[in-house]
Design a protein around this ligand. Structure first.
Ligand code: ADP
Ligand code: MG
Length: 697
């Protein structure tokens, strides 16, 4: 295997420098090793033909059989193409080539049956296939078993690279490399789980004779991939826990106790109590805490954060809470300073717009230790902000912070402060086990009593009239309304236009009410001003884009209208819906769509009307969209690459890999044993990732 990593793909027979460059750019393939690890993502049965008349929607690559009726050359210059009209008796498609036009024009004979393999594409009601593979019936009949379909891009297809060609290159490597790959997995692991040996798995994944063989090869390779991640992650977690010293907070003192007795506005939920207990135990171990608290919107994370910070105060340390936006920092500051006012904790707010004088005072008080809790935006991690004794850091809505920013905070104290990360994005278990595998996770899985679940409905444009009447009644009751428009790319002109139109329409429909207006292209100061109007109830309606998604708390708002709801992902809809239902009264979420929707879209939105459980929604979202896409969870995608495993569907294999990794590390915590050297090497070579990520995230 090691030798294959050193072979540049341009030296593989049939590739060459130009294609090598393209392959690297399009698929990230650099070495022979990468190429044999470029696995098919689907398989098709070679005996199964599609009918052209059955083509519809987004089509996978398919096989069809039939005859060419005619060939014509169309277009000019770079756009010159050969177009073959092909029929299978049920309907026709156009077969298009951009290359080797003269040669191909005479290569295929009319009235002879051919088998085509390619991806059908629809344009204005007619179907075409670009650069399909073409075989005679006789030749096609000699191939048996399943054939792999390799991940492909539009560009590669247009340059004439087909799945078959990639297959050929892979075979070239396999032939040259011989059939023996040394297997990095320890023999006892292979035996215990009856895994296919590596050599066979690599061969079978590219050439499976049947379904069973394909599945066994996939299992082996998925396991290997996930196992590396688990071993690596657990190993570093164990190390961190055993080596990294942390501040020890043994005391529960006056700050905590007095707050608990005198200021707590309500009984904590059992979930809140449990999580506070978990944090208390953590900070008393003498090791640095790295804990993720997941709690659905409205589950009361702020209070948990505050109680934890008071423990730090009781032990003579300072605490800091960081929020992703100015408005959120402001809200946290207001909530928290009000809560602790009776016991006189010194709390201050530091954001980009804090005035010089106040800022100087904050800097001084941080240095002399009299400032106990600092709340702010990333202004708090600027280099000139120094603490006397920072012991506890809370990061709210963690996904909005980059790894680097978190690392900065971490370095603000000699002994790293305890870190509590709070997120409202429910992270499915499998994802938590891999991405956050080395964090301790607490879950606030209970909402405060008396909350009424938000009633969610789907409505069409045609029903707007009735909707506005309903909104009017809510306004009469003194409630506030959100209206959200999609603006996926904040630069998209048409979106901005529809947002603007929406705003004007709302102003006209509700002339006696004040309407605030926010979108991502505004200057931050203007944005905060508009948000502030709504937060202070100086505006009754807020027309906005998803900039309001995170954390804003306006308990008086009772209706969330989401325009073009079909354009949002489930998790995002859930986040938006979480902006209402924060008070005791019944709240509503209205999903506005066009009348005609694709079936999957309808199902997706329907799910929103059926459940308010963030975890159910997150799981469904991940299944539908794939884990790399989960909004808000990780903006820059996963911290490692997965070639074959799928976090959404391979939960069982992840569990198996994790258990096996634990057992292995019990035996050999540092991978020192000689029989584990191939494994240690494979892990180091396979996992390209930022080291800092796991320490702080
Ligand atoms: P989130 O988890 O979304 O950050 P917050 O901390 O903003 O939630 O809490 C949401 C609302 O619930 C706040 O108005 C808060 O005062 C209230 N709340 C928090 N804990 C409780 C509780 N134990 N009982 C009643 N209300 C609570
Ligand atoms: Mg919050």
């Amino acid at each position: 295997m090691d030798a294959l990593r050193k072979i540049d793909i341009k030296y593989i027979k049939g590739i060459g420098p130009q294609r090598a460059e393209l392959l690297e750019k399009e698929l990230g393939l650099r070495s022979a090793y990468d190429l044999v690890h470029h696995f098919p993502n689907t398989y098709i049965d070679r005996s199964n033909f599609y009918k052209i008349s059955d083509f519809h929607g987004e089509m996978p690559s398919v096989m069809i059989r039939g005859r060419f009726i005619s060939f014509t050359i169309q277009g000019e210059g770079a756009k010159t193409r050969l177009v073959g009209l092909f029929t299978d008796g049920t309907s026709n498609i156009e077969v298009i080539w951009f290359q080797k036009i003269q040669q191909l024009k005479t290569a295929y004979r009319p009235m002879v049956d051919y088998v085509l393999f390619g991806k059908p594409q629809e344009f204005r009601g007619s179907w075409s296939m670009v650069h399909p593979e073409v075989d005679t019936i006789e030749h096609a009949a000699t191939m048996q078993g399943l054939r792999g379909v390799y991940p492909m891009t539009e560009k590669l297809r247009n340059r004439g690279i087909t799945s078959r060609i990639i297959y050929g290159w892979v075979q070239n490597v396999l032939n040259v490399a011989g059939r023996v790959f040394s297997d990095p997995l320890p023999p006892q692991v292979i035996e215990k789980h009856h895994l296919m040996p590596l050599t066979q798995a690599i061969h079978s994944i590219h050439n499976p004779a049947n379904l069973q063989e394909m599945q066994a090869a996939q299992l082996r390779l998925k396991f290997e991939e996930l196992f590396y991640i688990q071993v690596d992650m657990l190993r570093r977690t164990r190390k961190r826990k055993s080596v990294l010293v942390g501040l020890r907070f043994p005391k529960i003192g006056d700050w905590f106790n007095r707050f608990y007795r005198e200021c707590l506005p309500f009984e904590l939920t059992n979930a809140q109590k449990r999580v506070v207990k978990e944090i208390r135990a953590d900070v008393n171990t003498g090791r640095q805490m790295n804990r993720l608290v997941q709690g659905d919107v409205g589950s009361g994370k702020t209070l948990v954060a505050l109680l934890s910070m008071l423990i730090a105060l009781d032990n003579g340390a300072q605490a800091c809470l960081m929020a992703p936006t100015e408005i959120l920092a402001q809200q946290h500051y207001e909530t928290i300073s009000k809560l602790v006012a009776p016991i006189g904790v010194n709390v201050k707010l530091l954001t980009g717009s804090t005035r010089k004088k106040a800022r100087t005072q904050i800097h001084e008080q941080l240095m002399d230790g009299s400032l106990q809790i600092l709340i702010g935006t990333h202004a708090v991690i600027e280099d000139n902000v120094e603490f006397k004794n920072l012991g506890f850091v809370v990061i709210d809505e963690q996904h909005r912070f980059g790894v680097e920013q978190r690392a900065k905070l971490w370095r603000k104290s000699e002994i790293p402060p305890h870190v509590l990360v709070m997120t409202a994005t429910p992270i499915p278990r499998t994802l938590a086990m891999t991405v956050y595998g080395d964090l301790d996770v607490s879950v606030i899985d209970e909402l405060p009593p008396g909350r009424k679940p938000v009633t969610t409905v789907m409505r069409y444009d045609e029903q707007r009239e009735a909707l506005y009447q309903f909104v009017y009644k809510q306004l009469e009751l003194g409630r506030q309304i959100y209206i959200v428009y999609p603006l996926i790319e904040e630069s998209e002109k048409t979106d901005l236009l529809s947002l603007q139109e929406g705003y004007e329409m709302i102003c006209q429909t509700f002339p006696n009410h004040k309407v605030a207006f926010v979108h991502g292209r505004m200057k931050p100061a203007e944005k905060d001003f508009q948000m502030g109007l709504f937060a202070r109830h100086e505006a009754d309606l807020l027309v906005a884009t998803t900039v309001i998604e995170v954390g804003v708390n306006v308990p008086n708002a009772s209706v969330m209208i989401i325009e073009n709801a079909e354009r949002f992902g489930l998790s995002q809809l859930h986040q938006l819906r979480g902006r209402v239902g924060r008070g005791a009264d019944q709240s509503f979420c209205v999903l506005m769509t066009k009348y005609k929707l694709a079936k999957e879209t309808k199902e997706r939105l329907h799910l929103m009307t059926q459940t308010t459980d963030g975890f159910v929604i997150a799981e469904a979202d991940m299944k539908m969209r794939g884990p790399g896409d989960i909004e808000g969870t990780m903006q820059s995608g996963l911290p490692f690459e997965l070639h074959i495993a799928n976090l959404a569907t391979d939960g069982q294999i992840i569990q198996m890999a994790r258990d096996t990794a634990e057992q292995l590390l019990d035996l050999d915590p540092d991978l020192q044993l000689p029989q584990h050297q191939p494994l240690a090497r494979a892990i180091a070579q396979t996992l390209v990732r930022t080291r800092d990520w796991s320490r702080i995230s």
